[in-house]
Every structure is written in C-alpha cells, then in structure tokens.
Design a protein around this ligand. Structure first.
Ligand SMILES: Cc1ncc(C[n+]2csc(CCOP(=O)(O)OP(=O)(O)O)c2C)c(N)n1
Ligand SMILES: [Mg+2]
Length: 784
C-alpha cells in the first residue's frame, strides 16, 4: 500500500509540475530544451506536493472505509495538484471527453494550464468537485462545514494552508463544530497543511511547537493528530493511522449521537500535517534554499527557458519522478490505478458538488397571499394599518421551514440577530443549533436547530455558500451596515457563480439570498457606525443578469419579494427592508405585479400629464416621497406629479433582472423631458451610475440618498440631514412648479420660506424634547 501511495504521489507531483512548465515534450521523451518550456511560467508549486500527498491518502481511506467524501482546498493556488488528481482518477476525461486519460489528453491538460483561453491558474468552477473559488484565502473551513449540514453520510475534508490559517475567517470558522449535531449532519475533517511558509516568509503555525498547536486545537474542541514528515520514519504509515483513527472517531461520534447516547460535546478529529513546502523538488538553486522554504511557493527554477543552470535543475527534478515507470501513455501503473476509488466515490465527481437532482430540490412554498395584509391604506384612511416587513418575513420563513421540515433543506444564518431583526417567529418551529453545554434558562437553543447563529458574518457566509452549492437553500440576515464585512466574499462567490452558470454539467442550485435590515435610516439610536448602505454597490456593479436588489416599500412587497428569492435559482439576491411597522401601500395583487417587474407607477399618487416625476426606492425614502407629494398636492393643487416606485434594481439596470427597464421603456416611467427627483435608500451614486446608461438628458434628474451624514439623532432628522425628507423634497417641487409656470416666483419664495421654517422648528423641537414630534411620527397619507 505504501509503495502504491508513493507511486501515486510521484505521478501526481509530476503531472502538477509539467502543467506549470511544459508546452511540449510532456513525457520527457527527449532532453529538455528551451522550446519545450512555456514563455510565461504561471503557477504555484510549493503547496502541490502536500495536496497530492493528502489526496492520495484520502483515496486510500475512501476505499478502506467506503467513504462518501468531498474535498475543499483552501490554498486554491494549488490548482495544478487538483487538476493532476482529476486527470489521474479519470474524472477530468469523464466531464471533458476532449481531455482523454492518454498521452494526448495529458499534453492538452498541461499545455492549456495557465494559458490564455485555457485553464485558469487557481481552483475554479470549471473543475469538477470544486465548490470554492480559489483565490481569496480564508473561506475553506466554513464552506466545508456548510456542505456537511444535513448530509449525515458526507465527510468534507478541508485542507487549510498554514498561511490561510492566519486569516480572520479561518480563525473563527474552527468554532463551527459547536453547531454541528452529529445525529443529523455529516462531518468535516480539517487538515492543517503545515508546510511552514506562505509567500515570502514563515507562518506562525509553522514555528509553533506541537504542544502549542495541540493546546490550541484542543481548546477549540478538536482532537488533533500530528503527522510530521520531518521526523517520521514512516510518514505513510502515520498518515494512514491518522486518517483511520479520524474516520473511526467520526463514525463513533455519529453512531452515539444517532442512537442517543452522546452525553458530551463531541471532540472531532483534525490532522496537523507537517511537510516541507515544495517537497521532493529542488533543494537549492543559485545558492538559495528552495525546498522547505518560502522560495518554493510559486515557480521555482523560474529562468528555465533562458538559463541553463535553471533548466538543468528543472530537468533533473522532473526526471527524478521517473514518470515513464508510472504512465505508459495509456494507463497508469497498476498500484496507482488501485488507489483510484470507484467512480461514485471519487472526490472529483462527488454528486453533492454538482448541484441539480437528487440533492437540489425546489422548496415547497406557502401562498404569499396568506401573509400579505389586506389592511391597505385606502390611502385616505388615517388609521390604515402599519405592518413590519421583517415580522411578516419571519412568519413566512417559519412556515417555509415547517413545510420543508422533512426535506431538511433550508437554513437561516444569523449573526446573533434573529430576535433583533424580528424574524423570531421561526422559533415557533425550530431553534438555534448549539452543541456545547446548555443552561436551563437558555432560550430557543437545541442541538438540531435549523438556525445557525454565530457572531461571525464570515463564517455564516461560508456556511451558506457551502450549503447552497451542495444543492440546498438558505439565507443570511444581517444588519445592513455589517453586511459589508462579507462584501468581498460575495464578490468571490459571484465570480464562481458567473462561470458556474455556463458550465453545462453544473446542475441547478438555489440563489444566494441576503436580507439586510436594521437599515441606516433606523439606526438613529446606534448612530453613525451603524449607518452604511454600501453592500449593495458591489452587487449592483456587476453587469450581470443574475443579481437583484429588492427595495420593498411595505410588508406586502417584502414578503412577495422574499418568496421570489426563495423560488429563484442561481442568482444573488439582496433585500433591503426595515423591521419597524410601516404603512401598507400595495394590495397582494399590486405587490405581485410590482415585484415581477421591479418598477411601477403608483396610481394613487399620480396625476395625468405630470409636470414632474417623483421616484423612490426603499421603505423610508418611499414614505418621505409620498409625504412630500401629499404636501405639494395640498399647497399647489394645480401642480401635477407622477410617482414611480422602484422595488428592484439589478446588475446593470432599473427593475428586476428578468424584466429590466429597457432604453426605449425609460420614458414610460420618467417622461421624455420632465424634471425627476429620485429618493433612494442607498448612496445617490449607486443609482446615478445606473441612470447613466439610459442616456437622454441626465440633467433633469436629481438623486437624493444617504450622503454619509449620520449620528445618534431622531429618525426624521436622519432623513433631514441627508435631504431625503418630505420638506426638502417638497421645496424642490415648489421650485419646479415655479419653473413650470404653475405658481409665481413670489408664491414659490413664500412656500420655500414656510418649509425652511418647518425644518428649523423641527430642529429646535428635537433638541428640546429629544424625539420627533407626533405629527411626523404618526403621519398618514392624505391624497388631497
Ligand atoms: C485573503 C488573501 N490575502 C492574501 C492573498 C495572497 N496570497 C496568495 S498565496 C498566499 C500565501 C498562502 O500561504 P499558505 O496558506 O500557507 O499556502 P501554501 O503554503 O500551502 O501555498 C498569500 C498571502 C490571498 N490569496 N488571499
Ligand atoms: Mg503554507
């Protein structure tokens, strides 16, 4: 067995190395000459031998224990090793018949690696088995945990770089084991790849003693096993023992939990694997230590095409694998083949990583109409109902969880905010997962909760990605300002999704869904630090047809949009809405129409043949806009206005991505030439960049939004400071009414002065009383 492992690793190391260097003479049938070497050497060698060592050993363990395993690679720059294994195990040729497992296929794989219009240099969605974009380090462990949720038979082995180990997201992800109930979930087997170095220096973990590392991981709740290639007399034997022990521990824990005899928090195994970086390559070159040093991180002997010493070193190294003994151009040597698991057990073709049936199942969704409020404002009714969008969503989500309880395929990720964000109705049907000791007074917490609460947005996002990419459904609900913490992760996921959507063998997956609440407009109590609507910017900047940002102005629109998000596939959706009660503006049917298109003219606030257009996106900005229209109607009855509600923006346009407002439709909403005032939930620039593409006379538009003016103040003062309040908007309409000749200059001046005085009075009032006056807080719509 050990000989087989050695030979497998030799073959995989060779296959990884030739991808980085060669454009010809792939089997070294001739002496290595400059023309065989790629002009640009792009790739990372140092991490590859450790990956191959691990992959080979996992293949052995998969067969020995009949494991269903998937592999999450942290250092995705080790992609040559992944590709080598996919080629070797035959997965690559199954998914890509143009890459047969032959000498010709190998030439294509190697020649096309890191080549324009060939293969990328890092792990990517075109590679079978991959569920993590290789690039931005730190997210592997959380992703692996996401994959095993509700997959009781699955083991996700996660290889974590020791440089990656220094990242914040990785540091916090170790705690995720405290959320994993072994009775109903699979297991993650973390392997810390301690090759001692990152790009240009030693890693902290690499210089920590075994005692320090053991204490650290024991404290996290794991049982560490150290495999040390530096001191071991039998590194294969040690790794085999470590894996066998780990698998036995996982199975024992799961067995106890499943038969109800687990009494203590489980101690999951993890492995610390010490190997030299760039293992078995070039010990020294130009008087510099290469192997077992950071110098092996990327391309070694990097001048091989032009410098003879480098070329000789490269050739000697490549020949040291004696690849001709391992592959005859048609088949790998028998021992190597024997290490390749049966097709359905190969990590590269693990079905969970592919999306689609049988692991993906659309959710059973209750009818939205059971949750919408019929207490719509008839809009002249001063007691028209006020409903919380988030409470409505909470009720809907509770019932989605109920209806899909048996399928066990939806999860809520929350950074300690399920209560705060007002969706705690879900606790009528489930709890928060927690495996560590509980106290009698703990509430809504149990081992098998479907809500994952942890104060790490990074870990929650990683969990969600792993869960969704393995065919399930979920959402992350966050304070709006702190969603920014994962903006970069969302960006990486969007890259993965963009490519994955065009890979034919990647099946259907659910959308990645966010709800951003506790928004800046109602963070008047927490203040400036909590006021940041910027997360949506990164999402909207993608020129794509799979990103949507919803701005429901009331609870009926919110629950309609939410149902659509849960129904949608392969999108990234963000909904921004508040948790406090607000008026209901739209009936169930109107809400359905509005959300379908993402933009609508609201008749009750619209006059024929308007002098100007008001538009808004977002709940509080909409309330202020309608209040402004109401004021202007009373002050200048002859002035005609149209109101346009924007309930969705998408990557590259106004409206929902499926029904984006086209250039020729733009005037249907905004007229050809009238003045337009848009009151926006987020930064004004966000909507300005969208308007630019619609062309026309952009000067007739003015956009108001969050101007980075915030503090601890009153709710209405937050609006005033950013000029999105009813009084500022009304004053702009007065000026337009004057320009349109509806009122005289004198009338316009008088009105302006009246409303400036109202603003001054409001300011004086809140300084004296500490809160908004009731006529603002209890405002209701009046049409005339
Ligand atoms: C978040 C992030 N920061 C920085 C980098 C740049 N980077 C690429 S590889 C690397 C070192 C990784 O070291 P390690 O995790 O030990 O990987 P290995 O030694 O296995 O190559 C760094 C810093 C990155 N990819 N991601
Ligand atoms: Mg390292």
């Amino acid at each position: 067995m050990k000989e087989a492992l050695s030979r497998y690793i030799r073959a995989a190391d060779y296959l990884a190395a030739v991808q980085i260097y060669l454009q010809d003479n792939f089997l070294l049938e001739e002496p290595l000459r400059p023309e065989h070497i790629k002009t640009r050497l792009l790739g990372h060698w140092g991490t590859c031998p450790g990956i191959n060592f691990t992959y080979a050993h996992l293949n052995r363990a998969i067969q020995a224990h009949d494991l269903e395993m998937l592999f999450v690679l942290g250092p995705g720059h080790g992609f040559p090793a992944i590709q080598a294994n996919l080629f070797l195990e035959g997965t690559l040729s199954e998914f890509y018949p143009t890459l047969p497992r032959t000498k010709e296929g190998m030439a294509k794989v190697a020649g096309q690696f890191s080549w324009p219009y060939g293969f990328p240099s890092h792990s990517n969605p075109e590679a079978p088995g991959v569920i993590l974009e290789g690039g931005e380090l730190g997210y592997a462990l959380a992703t692996a945990y996401g994959a095993v949720l509700d997959n009781p038979e699955l083991i996700a082995t996660c290889l974590i770089g020791d440089g990656e180990f220094e990242t914040g997201p990785t540091a916090t992800a170790w705690h995720t084991s405290k959320l994993i109930d072994p009775a109903t979930n699979g297991a993650v087997l973390p392997i810390l790849h301690l090759n001692g170095y990152k790009i240009s220096g030693p890693t902290f973990a690499g210089r920590m003693s075994d005692e320090e590392l053991t204490a650290l991981f024991t404290g996290y709740g794991y049982e560490p096993h150290i495999v040390d290639a530096y001191v071991s007399e039998d590194v294969h034997g040690d790794m085999m023992t470590a894996l066998d022990t780990a698998v036995a521990a996982i199975r024992f824990t799961q067995h106890c939990a499943r038969e109800g005899t687990l009494t203590k928090p489980p101690k999951w195994p993890m492995i610390i694997l010490r190997t030299p970086k760039g293992w078995h390559s070039i010990p020294e070159l130009d008087g510099k230590r290469i192997e077992d040093n950071h110098a092996s991180h990327q391309v070694i002997a990097e001048l091989a095409k032009t410098n003879e010493t480098h070329r000789e070193a490269l050739e000697a190294w490549l020949r040291s694998y004696r690849f001709e003994e391992l592959f005859d151009g048609e088949r790998f040597a028998g021992e190597i083949e024997s290490l390749v698991p049966a097709r359905h057990r190969r990590m590269g073709s693990n079905r969970h990583t592919l999306g689609g049936a049988p692991h993906y199942k659309a959710l059973a969704l209750p009818a939205v109409s059971h949750y919408t409020s019929t207490n719509t404002c008839n809009l002249d009714d001063p007691i028209c109902g006020q409903v919380s969008s988030m409470e409505t969503i909470g009720a809907y989500l509770r019932d989605v969880m109920k209806e899909n309880a048996e399928a066990r395929n939806i999860r809520l990720m929350s950074p300690d905010e399920t209560y705060s964000n007002k969706i705690h109705a879900v606790f009528e049907t489930t709890t928060r997962a927690f495996m560590w000791p509980l106290r009698p007074w703990d509430k809504d917490i149990a081992r098998d909760g479907r809500v994952l609460e942890m104060l790490s947005e990074h870990t929650l996002q990683g969990l969600l990605q792993g869960y969704v990419l393995t065919g399930r459904h979920g959402l992350l609900v966050s304070y709006e300002a702190f969603a920014q913490i994962v903006a970069s992760m969302t960006d990486q996921y969007a890259k993965f999704l963009k490519i994955a959507r065009s890979v034919p063998w990647r099946g259907t997956i659910a959308s990645l869904n966010y709800i951003l609440t506790s928004t800046g407009w109602r963070q008047e109590h927490n203040g400036f630090s909590h006021q940041n609507p910027g997360f949506i910017d990164g999402v909207l900047q993608r020129q794509s047809d799979f990103t949507n940002v919803y701005f429901p102005a009331d609870a009926n629109l919110a629950v309609t949009a939410f149902a659509r998000m849960l129904q949608s596939e392969r999108e990234i959706n963000v909904m921004v809405c508040e948790k406090r009660p607000l008026p209901i503006w739209r009936t169930t049917e109107e809400a359905a129409r509005d959300i379908e298109k993402g933009i609508a003219i609201w008749d009750f606030a619209t006059d024929e043949d308007p002098h100007m257009v008001f538009a808004s996106a977002g709940d509080y900005p909409t309330q202020e806009t309608l209040a402004a229209i109401s004021i202007v109607r009373q002050e200048i009855p002859a002035f005609r206005m149209r109101y346009v509600n924007i309930s969705a923006l998408s990557g590259g346009g106004l409206g929902h991505s499926e029904h984006r407002v086209l250039r020729h439709e733009f005037a249907d909403y905004f007229t050809e030439d009238k003045q337009v005032r848009i009151n926006f939930h987020g930064y004004p620039q966000t909507i300005k960049q969208i308007l630019f593409d619609y062309g026309g006379d952009i000067r007739r538009f003015r956009v108001h939004g969050y101007e980075e003016s915030g503090s601890t103040t009153t709710a209405f003062d937050m609006m005033v400071r950013n000029h999105v309040d009813r009084y500022h908007l009304a004053m702009e309409a007065f000026a337009i009414a004057e320009d349109e000749g509806v009122i005289s200059a004198k009338e316009a001046k008088d009105l302006k002065e009246t409303y400036e005085a109202k603003l001054a009075a409001h300011r004086a009032y809140i300084i004296e009383h500490g809160d908004d006056p009731l006529d603002i807080t209890n405002w209701t719509w009046q049409s005339r």
